[in-house]
Design a protein around this ligand. Sequence first.
Ligand code: RNT
Ligand code: ZN
Length: 416
Amino acid sequence: MKNERFESAKKIYEKFGVDVESALKKLSEIPVSVHCWQGDDVLGLEGAKSLTGGIQTTGSYPGRARNKEELFADIEKALSIMPGKKRLNLHASYAVLGKDAGKVDRDAYEYRHFEEWVSLAKKLNLDGIDFNPTFFAHSKMKDGLTLSSPDEEIRSFWVRHGRASLKIAAQIGKAMNSPALVNIWIPDGYKDVPADRLSPRLRLKKSLDEILDGYDEKWVIPAVESKVFGIGVESYTVGSNEFYQNYAAKKGICCLLDNGHYHPTEFVSDKIPALLAFYDKVALHVTRPVRWDSDHVVLLQDELTEIAREIVRNDATGKVMIGLDYFDASINRIMAWVTGQRSMQKALLIALTEPHEKMKRLQNEGGFTELMNLREQVKGLPWSDLWNEYLLRQGLNDDFYSIVGEYEKKILKERI
Ligand code: RNT
Ligand code: ZN
């Protein structure tokens, strides 16, 4: 049976010169890296009881995955109702330590601690795995510092962790036959006005140089993620935007832009093309800031669509690596996971079905009146009819709430 709404939408889009079939195909090929940490409130598998490092998960909705088995099951469930191509975004704190628990610390983690994740990713037919060293929620943070610590023992521990992570990621990349993005984010900073802003940054620079000395360029794409402030780290962060952008440019590595990590009037949608002028690759953490870096579930909002537009209209789907980064413990965690991933896909669909060439031409020709008019018309296009067809073709539909509801009743409710 024909999907009539889709057929009629297709005709409307044709009038705007948009080829809907090719857009749906492209959409299904853009990988989105799904973060493992939405399932368990970022606690990981090392036995941590709380999250530290200037980030926080709030809420006490029942059903948090409490161990590897539960987390794997939840990931499988969540991914089964996420359309499109997926990668898995892992944190080092999700090491499966087995009999090494309590004996092996983060500076000595090895690939074998992540082999079960690789098996899971293969079983779920994922496009690849990305990896994050975990520089937070650990007893070796001293005064909230890691790679910028003035204490050499502390600093070198974290350098070893960074190096170990790159090694693990290279093996993961190889095993998945897809290079792993390795994103370095550290919580280092000061609550109050620092007495010295430069020295911590010089120490961070030295640490990064040591971490990046001799990594596997074939299977690893290193990135650095800046941040303007954190909880308890309000006055100064060592890894600021200027610091990392300059570092990445000099070092030939990648910048990761988290859209919760800038001042509220700064937009990642505007930063993407700025970086594309200089870098082959740009990595993203897509989140939803509410007043500040709040890591709310990603919803279909203007800035998300604008981010998608900058990826699509600059022909940068192969250059911009999209990763998700949010954690909400106040609602069903699987709903949170899927809603965010689907929002990203919706934004990409909208961006893929706009007449960008015509709009660019109007801009270049000074046709601003027509451009404004066209843009307003385009906002009314029936993208949701395309979305439903996109889901149908993957055996999905818009009602994933009832599927998650069933899972909650059967599985999550038992976790008390
Ligand atoms: C923190 C950063 C960082 C983390 C994850 C868990 O503000 O955004 O990316 O959210 O690594
Ligand atoms: Zn982030």
